[in-house]
Design a protein around this ligand. Structure first.
Ligand SMILES: Nc1nc2c(ncn2[C@@H]2O[C@H](COP(=O)(O)OP(=O)(O)O)[C@@H](O)[C@H]2O)c(=O)[nH]1
Ligand SMILES: [Mg+2]
Length: 219
């Protein structure tokens, strides 16, 4: 019985996700579902990539998902990035139903809109939000074995941002092992990023170029 309820829930979500997809397409919005563990560097990545996208003349918006608080949305708003905040009140992922409210609040057209999902490497891979791009922030300190362990997430995404690359030596990160695990389940391109405070940023430009290409390919 429980299995049937879960199936119905996912079917209802998929229907709403398709409606979101049409909504985003009608507004010429490239929606990017950014997933990753808590503290993987998702908000930091959005901020850096948004700077690059804005340099290229593209507007950026963010729909923030957190269990509680509006810390991330408040910080992004301070940087001039139009943001809305969804609190899931304990739920460990965003679903398609709440995305439409978040999108209507930022009310953008002709933009790249990031959806920062709740920090979690498991549940968000089950919920289509109506995005065009699924992006994973996998951070170096989480370890190079994660693609072997979190197969549903690593096989679900279109692209991977390997974040905190400045910490590779400090934590003994084995890039070859990480890529071996990833390539066993996915052909997603990997963007190596370092965004340590006070150090030169690397990698955000390449990721922004990847998203710009997708944005410009939209009809
Ligand atoms: N060393 C280092 N720290 C980073 C990097 N990116 C983010 N951080 C730090 O990691 C912590 C969590 O980042 P945040 O963007 O809030 O992660 P989120 O929870 O995934 O949104 C913060 O203290 C950031 O300053 C990076 O590239 N290198
Ligand atoms: Mg965050």
């Amino acid at each position: 019985m429980e299995v049937i309820i879960m199936k119905e829930l996912l079917e209802a979500n998929d229907k709403l996700a398709e409606e979101n997809r049409s909504y985003f397409a009608s507004r010429h919005i490239l929606a990017v579902n950014l997933m990753g563990a808590p503290g993987a560097g998702k908000t930091t990545l959005i901020s850096a990539v948004a700077q690059e996208l804005r340099k290229a003349g593209v507007q950026v918006g963010v729909i923030e998902g957190d269990i509680a608080s509006s810390i991330d949305a408040d910080n992004l708003e301070k940087q001039g990035i139009r943001s809305s905040q969804i609190n899931t009140c304990g739920e460990c992922h965003l679903d398609a139903r709440v995305i439409r409210d978040g999108a209507e609040q930022i009310d953008l057209k002709d933009a790249v809109v990031f959806i920062e999902n709740v920090g979690n490497l498991i549940c968000p891979a089950e919920f289509d939000l109506g995005e065009a791009v699924r992006l994973l922030a996998a951070s170096v300190p989480e370890g190079d074995d994660k693609p072997f362990k979190y197969v549903p997430m690593f096989s679900y995404v279109d692209a991977v941002a390997l974040t905190k690359c400045d910490l590779k030596d400090a934590v003994g990160f084995d890039s070859e092992n990480f890529l071996k695990g990833l390539h066993a389940v996915s052909q997603a391109p990997v963007f190596e990023v370092s965004l340590k405070k006070g150090a030169p940023a690397t990698g955000a430009e390449q990721l922004a170029d990847y998203l710009l290409k997708k944005y410009r390919e939209m009809a």
